[in-house]
Ligand binder design. Structure first.
Ligand SMILES: Cc1cc2nc3c(=O)[nH]c(=O)nc-3n(C[C@H](O)[C@H](O)[C@H](O)COP(=O)(O)O)c2cc1C
Length: 352
């Protein structure tokens, strides 16, 4: 229930306003020299308070490793880690103790568990995703040849029209919205600021491109590579859609338009398959898109119900993201890295 992965496994714990969040990573090969700066850099890309277009909660998100590492190298035993919570303001949530925020997880958690950790959303909070970023950063270091790049490809109805082949991924972090095209990025930032001033929120998409993938990762039936990527991406808070390759557009095409014809060396002239056929990587680029809804907590009045079943008015309070996609980029990359590594280990285990 709190674990993702089969051979590279992350088990997590923690609530938004509890003492700390953290996890245990199993399946890390021994002898990997870890780059701790890179792990912290990834956490900094996700952390709150990093720019004017994200939540202003201030967390240093400093990770403390407790086990599984000796003299900077992995020992092959489980890696335990903690990220202390530093900047909780639980009072900001007192006003929702008896009411359910529309489209948040307040109602479902209350009904399922009969008890609700209202402080910062408890375990429903995307604070949990910091744990995933730690495991993802380590996964990236174990499979450095596989290149994973995510970026913001839309905010509301503002789309980055260029295909990923025309982008320079080194520019993704050159702006606060994490869109590698400077002109589009500027418009996206303006839109998010406008929406925030209105006390509203806005959705968007993150595109992820995975390059240099060996042929043969993924299983033919239940552990299809795209199914596991989809499960990972759909586990991210606020995600409403996942499509890979031609995705939903493919449903509008004819086979003669959609088929990826082969070159003699087994590569394909087009890549509408998105690098996966029959659940197995074919060596072409894997690319997919993840759709994020607008954040549920609004800084404006909405109608809702309380725990007594009465219709009431509520007004959001506290520090919230007006749009999650800039902070979601490292989360998408982390889960992609963990999923790919899991299959690399599975593939290796078949060969001994
Ligand atoms: C990076 C990130 C930041 C988020 N920040 C907020 C936030 O500030 N306020 C909020 O209400 N929801 C936020 N969310 C979304 C909620 O966690 C999510 O909508 C909620 O748990 C309900 O789950 P669901 O939307 O997947 O159904 C964020 C999600 C992500 C990925």
């Amino acid at each position: 229930m709190n674990t993702i992965g089969k051979l590279y496994r992350l088990t997590t714990f923690g609530e938004s306003h509890g003492e700390a969040i953290g996890g245990i990573i199993d399946g890390v090969p021994s002898g990997i020299e870890l780059d701790f700066e890179q792990i912290q850099d990834e956490l900094d890309r996700r952390k709150p308070g990093q720019s004017k277009i994200v939540t202003q909660r201030k967390e240093s998100d400093t990770v403390k490793f407790l086990s599984g590492i000796l003299d900077g190298k992995t020992t092959g035993t489980s890696i335990g880690f903690l990220i202390p919570n530093e900047n909780q303001r639980s009072k900001d949530y007192e006003h929702i103790e008896e009411v359910y925020r529309p489209s948040h997880a307040d109602f479902t958690y209350s009904k399922k568990y009969g008890i609700r950790d209202v402080r910062g959303g408890g375990r429903t909070s995307a604070r949990e995703t910091a744990n995933w970023v730690v495991a993802g950063a380590i996964a990236k270091q174990i499979i450095p040849n596989i290149k994973i790049n995510a970026y913001v490809s839309s905010v509301g109805d503002l789309f980055l029209e260029k295909p990923y082949q025309a982008l320079d991924f080194s520019q993704t972090d050159s702006n606060i919205v994490r869109c590698p095209d400077a002109e589009t990025a500027e418009k996206m930032i303006e839109r998010i600021q406008e929406i925030r001033k209105q006390g509203d929120t806005i959705g968007g998409t993150v595109t992820c491109v995975i390059q240099n993938v060996p042929i043969g990762l993924g299983e033919p039936i239940f552990d299809k590579l795209h199914a596991r990527l989809g499960q990972a991406m759909l586990s991210i808070n606020a995600v409403k859609g996942f499509e890979y390759g031609s995705g939903f557009c493919g449903a509008r095409m004819k086979g003669s338009e959609h088929n990826d014809l082969f070159n003699q060396d087994g590569t394909t002239k087009t890549n509408l398959s998105g690098g996966i056929q029959g659940g197995i990587s074919n060596g072409m680029d894997i690319y997919f898109r993840v759709a994020f809804k607008p954040v549920a907590t609004l800084m404006k009045e909405q109608e809702t119900i309380n725990s007594e079943g009465e219709m009431v008015k509520m007004h959001g309070k506290g520090r919230h993201d007006p749009c999650v996609v800039p902070r979601a980029v490292p989360i998408v990359e982390a889960l992609a890295a963990m999923t790919l590594l899991d299959f690399v280990l599975q593939d290796a285990s078949r060969k001994i």
